[in-house]
Design a protein around this ligand. Structure first.
Ligand SMILES: Nc1nc2c(ncn2[C@@H]2O[C@H](COP(=O)(O)OP(=O)(O)OP(=O)(O)O)[C@@H](O)[C@H]2O)c(=O)[nH]1
Ligand SMILES: [Zn+2]
Length: 366
């Protein structure tokens, strides 16, 4: 805190006011290297060395177009030709005006494209924390949170449940308890996104150079949260180079917001609502206890229906396992399997299905 004039005058002569020798707080912010502000971390610098960095400086991908990607770095802010598999959030090394390599990612969110070829699509890379946003009203669904958590686990992104609109509910304790019961390892934060609460409540995950993303349905308060973190300015008007000391031209970037608290918000199309695909590991992690239990079933392909020696059914029967949770696990596993299946798998399943129907019809006709 800056001392007021009064306070300086009242200070005994022998006490020196050292704050005069310290740079003002906003100057300290400016002294943080631009790359750090963009989210550059030791994890990335460890993959390269001084010589390579000097020859091919790093830059972060902020937008992906059909034939080009937009990159921002210490001295660049431009479009370069696209390379295979590059995605938003990636760190790349630039050889003049082309990408020489894409650095290994600390995390990767991906999905299978809908439609015919069902290729795997990369959605975003190098996100540290995913805020899974839901509000304390009808939007709150344990099953959806479980799906988002599975997705985050699968991607190596740390999930945090954010319950908004706490000012509009009388059942806050209940919402918090339900959210906390989903996974021991996932923190739960409840707040009013329109107040200043998010600044403090989300601070532990929004440290300097941390990249965060907000996931959740429409209307739960994602934009409100970003605006609050941005100091109530419209997120879109945030200048990614604000505070830059070299008088660079102003660049506004829609999908990458640098917050005054030093974090980077990744806000990309396709990120906000995601289907679960290729996330068997993530699902198993959310339902680790159930997964563990199912390894004790007599048959290793047990469907937990009426098989003998089924440990899951036994737990349901003696009340150790909540029936709703079991159902949600089955549903999420089925969704994951269906979305993950390749087109040929699906065709095969369809053929098997039609064949079974024909058999039944034939049988019935007899
Ligand atoms: N009272 C109250 N209102 C909130 C809170 N969070 C969001 N709102 C309001 O809810 C509405 C929707 O908020 P947005 O921030 O636009 O929601 P969003 O998640 O960004 O929605 P999309 O942009 O459609 O994905 C706005 O009118 C907000 O002012 C909250 O914690 N308390
Ligand atoms: Zn079983």
């Amino acid at each position: 805190m800056e001392p007021t004039c009064d306070r300086v005058e009242n200070t005994p002569l022998m006490t020196r006011n050292y704050s005069a020798f310290l740079p003002p707080v906003d100057k300290i912010r400016q002294d943080v290297p631009f790359l750090t502000k963009l989210g550059w971390q030791t994890f990335f610098s460890q993959q390269t060395d001084v010589d390579e960095l000097a020859a091919t400086p790093p830059a972060r991908v902020t937008q992906v177009h059909r034939n080009s990607v937009h990159v921002i770095g210490e001295t660049v802010d431009m479009k370069v030709p696209i390379v295979p598999d590059v995605t938003i959030g990636d760190w790349v090394l630039l050889d003049q005006t082309s990408i020489s390599r894409v650095l290994h990612r600390s995390s990767l969110i991906k999905r299978r494209a809908p439609g015919h070829d069902r290729a795997v699509q990369y959605i975003a890379a190098n996100i540290d924390t995913a805020f899974l946003v839901t509000s304390c009203n009808a939007d709150f669904k344990v099953a959806r949170l479980e799906r988002y958590i599975a997705l985050a686990f699968e991607a190596d992104v740390a999930p945090v449940i954010v319950l908004t609109k706490k000012d509009l509910t009388d059942d806050l304790t209940d919402y918090i308890a339900q959210a906390q019961s989903i996974s021991e390892t996932v923190p739960v934060v409840a707040l009013n996104a329109k107040s200043d609460e998010p600044l403090e409540a989300l601070a532990p995950w929004c440290k300097q150079g941390q990249t965060v993303a907000f996931l959740g349905s429409s209307g739960v308060g994602k934009s409100t949260l970003v605006n609050t973190l941005a100091g109530r300015e419209k997120a879109e008007t945030q200048d990614v180079r604000a505070g830059g000391s070299k008088g660079r031209h102003t660049t506004t970037h829609r999908h990458l917001h640098m917050m005054p608290n030093g974090s980077v918000v990744m806000d990309t199309p396709g990120m906000r609502e995601l289907q679960l695909t290729d996330a068997a590991g993530g699902v198993a992690e959310v339902f680790a206890d159930l997964f563990e239990l199912s390894t004790q079933c007599k048959f290793n392909d047990c469907a937990h229906q009426s098989e003998p020696g089924c440990a899951v059914r036994a737990a349901l029967e003696n009340g150790d396992l909540d029936h709703d949770r079991f159902k949600r696990w089955q549903k999420l596993e089925a969704e994951e399997r269906f979305n993950t299946a390749s087109l040929s798998d699906r065709r095969q399943n369809d053929r098997a299905f039609h064949k079974a129907i024909k058999e039944i019809q034939k049988h019935n006709r007899k």
